[in-house]
Design a protein around this ligand. Structure first.
Ligand SMILES: *Cc1c(COP(=O)(O)O)cnc(C)c1O
Length: 385
């Protein structure tokens, strides 16, 4: 069977199995060695030094490239390291356009690097036709997209933006962390590069911080592979091993969590103590039509706005027992985040208001627990406010 025709679920389960051939181990062993013995002076070996190439990291990179349908991938030490790697494609005179409501740490890093004149930067609105036209009023060299956005799940039309970017010779980069390659395939929608915080759904067990970058072409892969090695932005073998282990069950986890999210969104949408639910799977969500067109599912992330204020949000969180108050997302366990005091605190009140982050907004990362238990936990906490 041609590897190219394998389904995504098969790719993640099969990547690296039976390697190295000499051991005949079904599961590829974890290779921690930092260096590799060479045959003779002057003869290049497949593996020489683990910053450059490591078998365990390669197994993960291969699986990620296959499921995102890219030419190749770089495994990095975090999602932020993945973005750091990508912006090394830019020269000081180049313009990067990025969403005004992108992941908080990305926002801060890009702003700080632009201030140091590593590249030019403009934050734009990518969520309306007019916004996209305005965004391209100046010719960019790179376009960053994050869809769905955090925390109010705005949906950017990846196909339309990538088409505009291509027309002016710009590279399109998509942060695909929120959906995973099971539910969205940015390279098939026209993007050139897709990256992840593998800390989230790809590893999926909240025990690794990691990242990856997947490139559509050999040229982009070679360029970024050079930088990953030169800058040392690589993921550790042990983290790669754990992430590959997590990846084996990606499809099962994502689909169960998404099923739970849909039921939770439906319950919250009709609850009288809830002012608003942000979930692209609800027909009332403003990005629903684009989500239907470009996604294979609506994901396991949703936000809700309570009727009330900061104190209402505090009381609601205190009333929960299954949903844990914590940063991060995409694990098997359900988590709740209060963006105004946690992930989005450094934005300041003005930028928060623009991004739709009120004091009574809460973001849920839905896990794979039994749906009845999750619904009961939320209903109980709502009854207590
Ligand atoms: C977590 C996250 C990142 C950053 O990844 P780290 O692994 O924490 O460095 C980037 N983008 C999104 C959408 C994220 O959720």
């Amino acid at each position: 069977m041609d590897k190219k025709n394998r389904k995504r679920r098969t790719c993640v389960v099969q990547a690296g199995l039976g390697e190295p051939v000499s051991y005949r181990a079904v599961m590829p062993p974890l290779c921690l060695s930092s260096t590799f013995q060479m045959d003779e002076v002057g003869k290049k070996a497949a593996y020489e030094y683990s910053r450059t190439r490591n078998p365990t990291r390669d197994h993960l990179a291969q699986a990620l490239a296959e499921i995102e349908k890219g030419y190749g991938a770089c495994v990095t030490s975090s999602g932020m390291a993945a973005l750091t790697l990508i912006v090394h494609l830019l020269n000081p005179e180049d313009l990067l356009i990025a969403p005004y409501d992108c992941y908080g740490r990305s926002y801060r890093m890009l702003s700080a690097l632009a201030e140091k004149k590593h590249f030019r930067l403009k934050f734009v609105d990518q969520y309306s036709e007019k916004g996209i036209v305005d965004a391209f009023s100046e010719t960019p060299q790179m376009v960053l997209i994050e869809s769905p956005s955090n925390p109010v799940m705005r949906i950017a039309d990846i196909r339309a933006i990538a088409e505009k970017a291509k027309a002016c010779g710009a590279i399109t980069v998509v942060d695909n962390t929120f959906l995973s390659p099971m539910l969205q395939q940015p390279l098939s929608l026209g993007a050139d590069i897709v990256y992840h915080s593998t800390t989230k759904f790809l590893n999926g067990h909240s025990d690794v911080v990691g990242g990856c970058v997947v490139m559509k072409t050999k040229e982009l892969w070679e360029h970024l592979d050079f930088w990953a090695n030169s800058l040392g932005l690589i993921g550790a073998p042990f983290d790669s091993y754990l992430t590959l282990r997590g990846l084996r069950t990606l499809e099962l986890r994502v689909h169960r969590a998404q099923e739970n999210a849909m039921a939770i969104a439906a319950m919250l949408a009709t609850h009288d103590k809830v002012a608003k639910v942000y979930y692209p799977g609800l027909p009332t969500h403003e990005g629903h039509a684009i989500a239907v067109a470009q996604q294979e599912g609506f994901g396991a992330m949703l936000s809700l706005e309570l009727k009330g204020d900061y104190e209402t949000a505090r009381a609601f969180v205190s009333g929960l027992s299954l949903f844990r108050l914590a940063q991060s997302l995409g694990g098997t366990e359900s988590l709740i985040n209060h963006p105004a005091s946690m992930t989005h605190v450094s934005m300041g009140p003005e930028a928060r208001a623009k991004a739709g982050v009120t004091d009574q907004l809460l973001r849920l990362s839905i896990g794979v627990e039994h749906i009845e238990d999750l619904l009961e936990d939320l209903r109980e906490a709502l009854a207590g406010i």
